[in-house]
Design a protein around this ligand. Structure first.
Ligand code: 0X9
Ligand code: ZN
Length: 315
């Protein structure tokens, strides 16, 4: 968080750091907007929105978001074209209370840290708390389970923060990515049940493209061979952020993905060894660049001679 705030101060023309809300224990949920400015035409720039850390034990997820931020901002000689026509909004840790808890009390904690009134156990699974087909399947009303969905949809401040951000600022978001682990999977809605979204073909084709790029780039043998809807490929689970963002945002975000990052060797799963952090974040960055390429292909009218960008950089 200190690093992010520092970037905001060092690069005020490029980076805007804002809190999208507070966690239950009062921590800021920081967002990083990376933008080279207004589009210069009547069409606003497409936005790519990314979050990480919804499940706090999935420790490899926030570093993926942080590395992306770092590459965009501090390696701009190479990567400036990534924010020429597209704006990025990145929330690197949506569940900071849980994240602290995994560092201090229980490494395998998954949920947030709020105690629902009258319940026996702490924590709601934030990825069961979003309000699209809430509690339809794969979610629990028992607070002592890992998939407790909360007393009602959006009962949790962290899920509300994401909802409110999208309701207020989501109009131009064209792609939503949420990073989880593990399994090397590229999943898309629907998650609430085994039904295909209307643009399943588009989601599948893009997922395949991104998976192939990561598999090509990997130095540690990652293999994204599972690409499909999360209910069909993994299990039905309602209340996920990916479903809600696709379904319920003003205008809707047609392209919504959950990326399940690589795992550590059995039996460590969520505890990926430190030596694999850099390889994972680097290969995933290659995948994110492929997503970005698609967004430019689909939503940016004139990318071919990115004249201003090239002129600026030759000088
Ligand atoms: O169960 C989840 O929330 C995700 N898997 S994880 O192992 N990281 O917990 C998958 C979520 C897929 N999306 C939906 N079910 N909506
Ligand atoms: Zn997860």
């Amino acid at each position: 968080m200190a690093y992010i705030r520092r970037l905001g101060q060092t690069y005020p023309d490029l980076v805007t750091v804002e809190s999208i809300g507070q966690s239950y224990e009062g921590r800021d949920l920081l967002s990083v907007r990376i933008s080279s400015g207004a589009s210069g035409s009547t069409t606003p720039k497409p936005v790519i929105f990314i979050d990480a850390g919804i499940h706090c034990r999935e420790w490899i997820s926030p570093p993926v978001a942080l590395y992306l931020i770092q590459q965009l901002v501090e390696n701009s000689t190479v990567n400036a074209q990534l924010y020429q026509n597209v704006d990025w909004v990145i929330v690197p840790n949506l569940n900071p209370d849980g994240y602290v808890f995994t560092q201090t009390e229980n490494r395998l904690w998954r949920k947030n840290r709020r105690l629902t009134e009258g319940e026996a156990c702490y924590g709601t699974d934030l990825n069961r708390n979003f309000g699209y087909f809430w509690m339809h399947a794969g979610a629990s009303n028992n607070s002592c389970t890992e998939t407790y969905a909360g007393p009602e949809a959006f009962s949790e401040p962290e899920a509300r923060a994401l909802r409110d951000w999208f309701n207020q600022n989501g109009q131009n978001v064209k792609l939503y990515l949420t990073f989880h682990s593990y399994g090397e999977m590229i999943l898309y809605p629907w998650g609430y049940d085994q039904v295909l979204p209307d643009n399943a073909e588009q989601l599948q084709a893009l997922g395949l493209r991104v998976g192939a790029v990561i598999d090509q780039a990997t130095t540690i043998g990652s293999s994204y061979r599972t690409i499909g809807t999360s209910a069909i490929e993994l299990y039905s689970a309602a209340g996920g952020s990916d479903d809600w963002v696709k379904a319920d945002v003003g205008g809707n975000v047609a392209l919504s993905y959950t990326i399940e990052l690589p795992d550590g060797d059995a039996p460590w799963w969520f505890m990926i060894p430190a030596r694999q952090i850099l390889p994972v974040v680097q290969e995933t960055f290659e995948g994110v660049k492929e997503f970005h390429k698609y967004i430019e292909e689909e939503f940016v009218a004139d990318t071919s001679p990115t004249r201003d960008f090239k002129r600026d950089n030759i000088v």
